[in-house]
Design a protein around this ligand. Structure first.
Ligand code: GCW
Length: 628
């Protein structure tokens, strides 16, 4: 088995450049990277070369990262743009001007230094151990990290947070006495124009001996200012801090009776003079909720906590909001908080790691979902509000990087959509196929499209219905367990009884969540008559006999989609068998084995969900199919 899979940068993809005489003008570290790449591809650097990479473009028009292509000339205003231009040429290099829609396109790793007893080394990681640490120590051989930085740069990513937002005891030292490890990694990423950020604990001053972490105490300010000065003395282009505060047991300003603005602004003040930023997460909710208390709705929490603070955050605070109001379910409406912060810099967080979308054992190409959310299909358009996009990484030390070889496409597509949120997700998939399988015969291309294009919708069909979410096994979140979270403190309920299912989040009779949306969405979601079917049970508690826009009843929709989804998983497996002998054996076999598991799991989902709702409702399937 190979040590490092070339993913979307195999040497064959470089041939068009490797066969050329290339002129590269300009200087700077990233220009050197461009030269190194061309040399590594076998291209000859030649002052008379006819493929030209040059600086001198208009900075107002191109910015730091943009570039323009005119025939065989790639022109940028700054070295970083030249590097993007190089990767663009690899993708086929159409003429014209390109620049990123969003200035920061970031990947958050949930890596721990140590192996955590419950979560493992990478929290919600399905691709083996960390790329950065092994056996509690930094990896000595950074070859893979270098290859990784290159892949990320080629997808358009320009920032990486190295460690888990749940900062455990060992990892708290990365900010202080283990900073050298961060600096080393920053050196590798820097060569590809990627800045390194660090997750920090709000209680860091306490971990290091202070009596308090109160954001309004002078000694706490001083502590952060000294720690930060040390960080910048070691890593001058350090990106900043990422903080999960007062969330799922992480420490935060609430312990001191202070607000999240007080907390975020404390760190922002320490970073400001160096140009660093704080990514402050809005994932704040009560995870010790009493399920009997129907007045609490977790979906409301982020909006309720953060809208009163709009306009009070320092300029270098970026509020990082999950795309949906709950937690990365396969179907959620856009978080209303995203539409409600005109005075705050906003980053929206996606989850490339497939925690709730099959854990990289199922094929689930997520870009169509992200694209709908970005463009605003059936809800507010994220792209109109977000200044940055962030995603939780899906990579690890697995030979294929992502466990499931086809999950590489999700990572690639995230970078490309962050660069251009208007991009067509299926065109991006096609681009990924072309790069990853440069010799791909039509059969392979067609097969990959057949398997992947609709895989997110198939996954949605065989899991929790109509946007109600969860129904996963508690803890690890893999596989079906309809009532798994129903009587827990986590706030993720479906309220199924003999008459119906779903959460009443209307203003009229429910939790009022629908009222957090601006018009017209608040009205759209308020009434089952206008609410999109996909979100029917997210917003409404509906009788099983309620007729959806599709013309089917809720109960028949549940049966039909579960039979269809499991059938589609089986069809994916059949399709993959057709390319046996066409892709390399190790990749073929890995995907084949995972498709076996996907088919098994989809059938389990189908049978548990159908049996559950048949037993609750007593309504038979009108097609008389087998329900247990
Ligand atoms: O989705 C949930 C995960 C936690 C994660 C948390 C978060 C890092 O189950 O594992 O913790 O979200 O986003 O903070």
């Amino acid at each position: 088995m190979k040590i490092v899979d070339a993913a979307w940068l195999p040497s064959e993809a470089w041939r068009p450049i490797g066969s050329r005489r290339v002129r590269v003008t300009g200087s700077g570290a990233l220009v050197d990277t461009v030269r190194d790449e061309i040399r590594a591809a076998g291209g000859s650097l030649d002052p008379d070369g006819d493929l030209v990479f040059t600086l001198g473009g208009d900075p107002d028009r191109l910015g730091e990262e943009g570039f323009e292509v005119d025939g065989d000339v790639v022109r940028a205003a700054a070295p970083h743009g030249l590097l993007h231009g190089l990767f663009h040429m690899l993708r086929g290099g159409t003429a014209g001007t390109q620049k990123p829609a969003l200035a920061r396109r970031m990947l958050d790793h949930w890596d721990n230094v140590d192996v955590h007893p419950v979560m493992g080394q990478v929290e919600r990681g399905y691709s083996g151990g960390s790329l950065f640490w092994q056996d509690g120590e930094p990896r000595r051989d950074l070859t893979r990290v270098r290859a990784y930085a290159r892949l990320l740069a080629a997808s358009g990513i320009n920032a990486v947070a190295l460690n888990n937002v749940n900062v455990h005891a060992t990892e708290a030292h990365l900010l202080t006495d283990r900073l050298g490890e961060v600096a080393e990694l920053a050196g590798v990423f820097r060569r590809y124009g990627i800045r390194v950020h660090l997750s920090v604990s709000f209680a860091a001053p306490v971990h290091h001996g202070l009596g308090t972490a109160d954001p309004l105490e002078d000694e706490v300010r001083e502590w952060w200012s000294k720690a930060t000065a040390n960080v910048y003395a070691t890593i001058p282009d350090f990106g900043g801090y990422l903080v999960k505060a007062d969330s799922e047991g992480q420490p935060g300003p609430f312990s001191y009776g202070r607000s999240h603005a007080d907390g975020a602004n404390l760190l922002a003040a320490a970073l400001a003079q160096y140009g660093g930023v704080v990514h402050w997460r809005a994932f704040v909710y009560n995870h010790r909720q009493d399920w009997r208390d129907r007045s609490v709705d977790r979906a409301r929490a982020a909006y309720d906590h953060f809208t009163p603070l709009d306009g009070t955050f320092a300029d270098n605070v970026v509020l990082q909001v999950k795309h949906g109001p709950l937690d990365f379910q396969p179907r959620e409406p856009v978080s209303p908080l995203i539409t409600a912060l005109p005075g705050t810099r906003l980053a929206v967080e996606f989850q490339v790691t497939q925690e709730y979308t099959g854990q990289q054992r199922h094929v689930c190409y997520l870009a169509p979902m992200w694209s709908e959310l970005l463009r605003g299909t059936g809800g507010p358009a994220i792209a109109e509000h977000a200044a940055e996009l962030v995603a939780v990484a899906n990579t690890g030390d697995d030979p294929f990087w992502t466990g499931h070889p086809l999950a590489q496409a999700n990572l690639y597509a995230f970078g490309r959509l962050a660069w251009d949120p208007a991009a067509d997700p299926l065109a991006v998939l096609d681009e990924w196929i072309t790069l990853t399988f440069p010799a791909a015969p039509g059969l392979l291309r067609d097969t990959l499209h057949e398997i992947m294009d609709g895989s997110w919708r198939s996954y949605e069909r065989y899991t929790a219905p109509l946007g109600v979410g969860f129904m996963v096994r508690p803890g690890h979140h893999y596989g079906p367990d309809v009532d798994g979270y129903e009587y827990t403190p986590w706030g993720t309920y479906h309220f199924a009884d003999r008459d119906g299912v779903g959460v009443d989040r209307t203003v009229a009779t429910g939790t009022g969540f629908a009222g957090q949306y601006p018009s017209p969405w608040s009205q759209t979601y308020e009434s089952p008559g206008s609410c999109p079917d996909e979100l029917a049970l997210f917003f409404h508690h509906l009788p099983y006999g309620h007729v959806l826009h599709s013309g089917r009843t809720v109960i028949q929709h549940i049966y039909d989609t579960h039979f269809a989804g499991a059938r589609e998983a089986a069809a994916m497996r059949e399709a993959w068998r057709r390319v046996s002998g066409v892709v390399a054996l190790d990749r073929y076999e890995r995907v084949a084995a995972l498709l076996d598991e996907q088919v098994r799991s989809a059938e389990e989902w189908r049978d548990q969900v159908n049996a559950y709702f048949f037993r609750k409702s007593g309504v038979p399937d009108w097609e008389g199919r087998r329900i247990y």
